[in-house]
Ligand binder design. Sequence first.
Ligand code: ZN
Length: 175
Amino acid sequence: MIAQKNDWEIRARSEQCHGCHAPFGDQETFNSRLLFDAAGYRREDYCERCWPQVPEDAGTLSIWQSVFRLPPPPPPETVKRETAESLLRKLLADEDSPGYANTIYILAVMLERRRILVEKDVQVREDGVKVRIYEYRKSNETFVIPDPELKLAELEEVQEEVVAMLEQGQQAAAS
Ligand SMILES: [Zn+2]
């Protein structure tokens, strides 16, 4: 597979239902679907009342359920340190992210092991690209990460690369 810029995506959770526009409340269960078509990814969030009436869409890639959590207060300013999370967000925002396909995948797996990301679904798109759909627990953001299906030897190599990037911090990630 040749990775494209729009293979990666972070989709924020809505503050309100896509159907009735009622704002979600803290701890409210809601339903989400991820659509994929020529325009890229779209995410729609629905309250429990609207969900049964949502018409089916042929572009649906994934459906999942989450619990809405009010955004936590911003963390106190501390020394800026590169973490697996900040590095992942930076790479996903980078225009050259396809060059980091393996790194991005490994970072997502690391964050899943630490229970920062939760895997919600695995789907194969019509074009054959296998994507893993993760939820960022704190914010319900959706991270769509193509799975490069690495072999074990490649996996070790990329893991070493990622550890080095984290140690070297911002400069290494930007170069
Ligand atoms: Zn609704």
